[in-house]
Design a protein around this ligand. Structure first.
Ligand SMILES: *Cc1c(COP(=O)(O)O)cnc(C)c1O
Length: 428
């Protein structure tokens, strides 16, 4: 006999750790039985319109027929083979496509299992490149506050020091160089004094810096803030001038979310290393990538340790590669552009009225990302009750009620999502 929903939830509470949760969790999770399109079907019969794309990932919706078919076909050939000494068409095609679609100059692709691991690899590339050039002293990273780069230790060291609880990890995390959070607003004029501050910090620390790492245009889980692309051009200039590498973490922003295929395109700059993840497989399987320039690859290969010493067991996984290729194929059809523009309009229309609500301090929208910021921490229990009663799935954090809906959301779906956001802002 199949276990009942109540049995499953009891087992979940007894054994299953959830993200950023105590054990057992304080608020029981919702049991999902199926998902298709933008709808999550719960065990209790409710259907929720997904406003989260499962954390930026499921851009084409759930049970997408093209992605389902790609996965099934690949499973009929092989699900996995080791990547040491062996290679295969799905991974080769994926690497070629990523090189073609990303900003010019990034030629080499390291496939890995998750976004955090791609940040680890990106940092390893930068440190090893500097060491290969005889500059082992260049081993620190500089970033601006308010960022999020993942949950393993190296990414943690460049997450916002407060949000990332650096005080808890003093003596454990490498201490990186932080500059203040970039001035807010995608459309706000560039603040020259901040640009000067960035350049000065990079110059001052040039001898010890391997790289600058930032999320371009949108800082995601560190606070859902947007900044002007001009700051990215300033970083590109200063890092060139002072012989420091530049890493863009586009794990959240990549694949169209901000209105450009990659957020770097807003600034027209190419980083030395680019991290991708989340929407790479259309939200089907865990896979990420770190791309780099020939200069970095050549530098590492000429060094004392002439290899990039990294090799996850599931590197280049064929199932993930095949579904990524199918997802990138859907993006190549180009419909995402009109979809993201349409979602941007719907989010603006649906969220602007929330400015009138007493506790809302900011409403911001960019591409298919919509954010309501409150003057207090959201009560997650209350917010979850309110949004699910409205028929939506959202997962607020801190003082933020936000959505990044799948690109296939209809205007009616978006109305459900924005109305739930307004309701949550009023009550939670
Ligand atoms: C989610 C995220 C990561 C971490 O990716 P995981 O796959 O969760 O390890 C890193 N950087 C950014 C910008 C992210 O949004």
């Amino acid at each position: 006999m199949e276990p009942s929903a109540a049995d499953l939830l009891a087992l979940d509470a007894a054994h299953v750790w959830h993200p950023y949760a105590p054990m057992p969790g304080r608020v029981p999770p919702l049991l999902v039985e199926e998902a298709s399109g933008v709808r999550l079907k719960l065990a209790d019969g409710r259907e929720l319109v997904d406003g989260m794309s499962s954390w930026w990932a499921a851009v084409h919706g759930y049970r997408n027929p093209v992605l389902d078919a790609a996965l099934a076909q690949q499973a009929g050939r092989m699900s996995h083979v080791m990547f040491g000494g062996l290679t295969h068409e799905p991974a080769i095609t994926l690497a070629k496509t990523l090189v073609e679609m990303t900003p010019d100059g990034l030629e080499h692709v390291f496939l890995c299992d998750s976004g955090s691991v791609s940040v680890e690899v990106a940092v390893k590339m930068c440190l090893q490149y500097q060491r290969s050039r005889g500059l082992p002293g260049k081993h620190r990273l500089l970033t601006w506050r308010g960022g999020y780069h993942g949950d393993t230790f190296t990414p943690m060291s460049v997450c916002d020091p407060d949000g990332g609880m650096h005080s808890l990890w003093r003596g454990v995390l490498p201490e990186q160089v932080f500059v203040p959070v970039p001035p807010s607003g995608f459309d706000a004029p560039v603040d020259q004094s901040y640009v000067d501050e960035l350049a000065k910090a990079i110059e001052q620390h040039a001898d010890e810096l391997a790289a600058v790492i930032v999320e371009p245009v949108v800082q995601g889980a560190g606070g859902m803030r947007f900044h002007h692309p001009g700051y990215l051009r300033a970083l590109r200039e200063a890092t060139r001038e002072h012989d420091v590498l530049l890493v863009f973490d586009e794990i959240a922003t990549g694949f169209g979310r901000t209105g450009k295929l990659f957020a770097a395109e807003h600034a027209g700059v190419t980083p030395d290393v680019l991290c991708l993840g989340k929407a790479l497989t259309g939200g089907y399987l865990t896979m990420a990538a770190a791309l780099c320039t020939p200069e970095i690859a050549d530098g590492i290969t000429r060094g004392e340790l002439p290899v990039l010493a990294h090799g996850p067991t599931f590197m280049g996984n064929p199932l993930a590669s095949a579904v990524a290729n199918a997802s990138l194929g859907l993006l190549a059809e180009g419909q995402w552009q009109a979809d993201v523009a349409r979602i941007e309009t719907a989010l603006r229309q649906g969220l602007e009225p929330a400015r009138e609500l007493p506790h809302v301090v900011d409403v911001r929208v960019l591409g298919a990302i919509g954010v309501l910021q409150l003057d207090h921490e959201v009560d997650l229990g209350v917010a979850t009750e309110v949004v699910t009663a409205e028929g939506a799935w959202l997962r607020p954090f801190r003082d933020l009620i936000y959505a990044m809906p799948p690109y296939v959301s209809t205007d009616a779906d978006l109305e459900v999502v924005t109305s739930a956001m307004r309701a949550a802002a009023a009550k939670a």
